[in-house]
Design a protein around this ligand. Sequence first.
Ligand SMILES: CC(C)(COP(=O)(O)OP(=O)(O)OC[C@H]1O[C@@H](n2cnc3c(N)ncnc32)[C@H](O)[C@@H]1OP(=O)(O)O)[C@@H](O)C(=O)NCCC(=O)NCCS
Length: 146
Amino acid sequence: MEEGDLSQVAEIERSIFTMPWSRQAFLGSLRLAHTLYMVAELKGRVVGYCGCYQLLEEAEITNVAVEEAFRGKGIAFRMLKVLMEAGERQGAFAYTLEVRASNQGAIHLYEKLGFQSFGIRKNFYEKPVEDAVIMWRHWQAVWETP
Ligand SMILES: CC(C)(COP(=O)(O)OP(=O)(O)OC[C@H]1O[C@@H](n2cnc3c(N)ncnc32)[C@H](O)[C@@H]1OP(=O)(O)O)[C@@H](O)C(=O)NCCC(=O)NCCS
């Protein structure tokens, strides 16, 4: 993800989430030394993005989204694999994330990538209020994920 991608990223973000990150929030994260942000592009157009914050050997995945018209094609799966491969090269070997308990599609995606549920954070989300499922992926070589 580069600064020039941010208008498209923020537009996709607004079209999906009830509490979207602003362009400024993405820019701030992008500029931090311990973050990694990626976009998926088709013919020069941003169709998805993801990113994480690294703390020593662990990283928290903070954003995952694919534009609606491009879902179900394996874009999120490949994007997250590339993100975690890049993270491993920087020494991040365990990944965590939170996901809305009702977001079965995303939970399935993360399970396919080797994540497991480790607990619930009660009423974590707003608009609407909902529990978060906390997931972790402990070290396994990313390239071994089928
Ligand atoms: C979740 C999201 C990123 C998935 O993107 P995607 O590019 O469609 O996902 P992929 O095509 O890479 O799917 C990978 C796997 O996850 C599964 N999956 C993805 N979305 C699914 C859904 N809605 N229902 C069931 N399974 C789903 C796929 O079926 C696939 O597994 P399979 O090969 O066994 O079929 C996308 O639906 C999205 O942007 N949703 C809105 C934002 C969001 O919820 N982000 C996550 C916040 S934690």
